[in-house]
Design a protein around this ligand. Structure first.
Ligand code: SAH
Ligand code: SF4
Length: 404
């Protein structure tokens, strides 16, 4: 155990060559600024940004020399000052069900250096292949300031917002790992969905670490990059932002990002939701549901997903299922029942299968498709609410070693 820790400490002291200089993950505006810093005349900036955009996001190149329509001089100037470095993939774990989890180490950003760290954020990112889609679960923060009692991430102390670049880089890493760029033919290895027009990563959900609406601007800017049709080309209908209920930011998400919305509801009464999702004390269920009724763009074709984690003896009675149906009346909704994923030290248990089925039947008979989300990647702690970065685990281990 201590050997692993020593290795990690040694790595922390190594300088990261690409720190702060990679163009990968930047928005069009940020790329424009990067080109201005090379003294390019204003009249060519937009055109040059378009070229970089195509090579970085559509073709996925990692070498300036492959940008064949960019002049040699500019390529030299670019590589003297910038890189196309990706964050490091520290580990890859593949679950028996094909789910993959990557531990990604970002180079340090200004905020890390100000905090006296020469190591950047470490983020776990999960890829879930299914027959007709591939979903990437990405993080918006390291840790989370909220303290939902059933969520492992909420127990992590270390918290900071990810930059929009760090958010985009998670998709870039996944596309690198899966060989999946719009400008490339997706590999047909049977492990990931493929076929005419099918991308290995076809959907993105902000259901990793963090509360995306507490980092709204960076999430919005990142969504702009992910959904740009000349680059990474994800449809906004295939990007879902999940929130525990930051009511004041919900209209802005609809207006400025235009993605699908998921609400972590988990309880039908304020007293219980106050315990499970303490943010409810600030924004109670009635206000949250009103924000959903008003969500820009919601319709029967673009339903809001309500996530409901099944906790044994806590929120899983038939009466609660009926109340859930009553509460959601008039909202174009889908209901996602999530079997609770246990983690070490939790006080909760997952509801029994029969209880989940009974709950699901009531919801289904009321006219809602109520898929029970099959837990994926449980064996590699990649399921919802199990994400917690390796650094934190190592710190906890270090504390144990110190206490020994
Ligand atoms: N902070 C956001 C997004 C990240 S959490 C949010 O809370 O919505 C993604 C989803 O996983 C949420 O619905 C969350 O409630 C759920 N979740 C958290 N811990 C879980 C656990 N241990 N088992 C099952 N689902 C969990
Ligand atoms: Fe944060 Fe979401 Fe976990 Fe709550 S459920 S602690 S908001 S990550």
């Amino acid at each position: 155990m201590s050997i692993a820790l020593d290795r990690r400490e040694a790595a922390e002291t190594l300088p990261h060559a690409a720190a702060g200089t990679s163009l990968v993950g930047l928005t069009r505006a940020q790329l424009g600024d990067a080109l201005r810093a090379l003294d390019l005349p204003e009249r060519v900036i937009k055109m040059r940004v378009g070229q970089l955009w195509h090579w970085i996001y559509f073709q996925g190149v990692a070498d300036f020399d492959r940008m064949t329509n960019v002049s040699k001089d500019l390529r030299a100037a670019l590589s003297a000052r910038y890189t196309l470095a990706r964050p490091e993939v520290v580990t890859e774990q593949v679950s028996s069900d094909g789910t993959r989890k990557w531990l990604i180490r970002m180079p340090p950003v200004a905020q890390d250096r100000l905090a006296g760290k020469n190591m950047g954020a470490e983020i776990e990112c999960v890829y879930i292949p299914e027959s007709d889609r591939g979903t990437l679960c990405i993080s918006s923060q390291v840790g989370c300031t909220l303290t939902c009692t059933f969520c492992h991430t909420g127990t992590q102390k270390l918290v900071r917002n990810l930059t929009s670049q760090e958010i985009v880089q998670q998709l870039v890493v996944a596309r690198d790992q899966l060989g999946d760029y719009p400008g490339l033919t997706a590999p047909t290895n049977g492990l990931i969905p493929s076929g005419e027009g099918v991308r290995a990563v076809s959907n993105v959900v902000f259901m990793g670490m963090g509360e995306p609406l507490y980092n709204f601007e960076n999430v919005r800017d990142a969504i702009g990059v992910l959904s740009d049709g000349e680059g990474l080309s994800l449809s906004k209908r295939r990007i879902t932002v999940s929130t525990s209920g930051v009511v004041p930011e919900i209209p802005a998400l609809g207006d400025q990002a235009g993605t699908m919305l998921a609400i972590s509801l988990h309880a039908v009464r304020d007293d219980l939701r106050n315990t499970l999702v303490p943010l409810n004390k600030k924004y109670p269920i009635s206000e949250l549901l009103q924000a959903c009724r008003d969500y820009p763009g919601a319709s029967n074709a673009r339903r809001i997903t309500f996530e409901y984690v099944m906790l044994k003896g806590v929120n899983d009675s038939p009466a609660e299922a009926r109340e859930l149906v009553r509460l959601l009346k008039g909202i174009p909704a889908k209901i996602n029942l999530i079997p609770f994923n246990p983690w070490p030290g939790t006080i909760y248990e997952c509801s029994d299968w029969e209880t989940i089925e009974r709950f699901s039947d009531i919801v289904f008979n009321a006219g809602y498709a109520s898929p029970v989300r099959t837990p994926r990647g449980r064996d590699i702690l990649a399921a919802c609410g199990q994400l917690k970065s390796e650094t934190e685990k190592l710190r906890a281990r270090a504390r144990l070693i110190e206490e020994d």
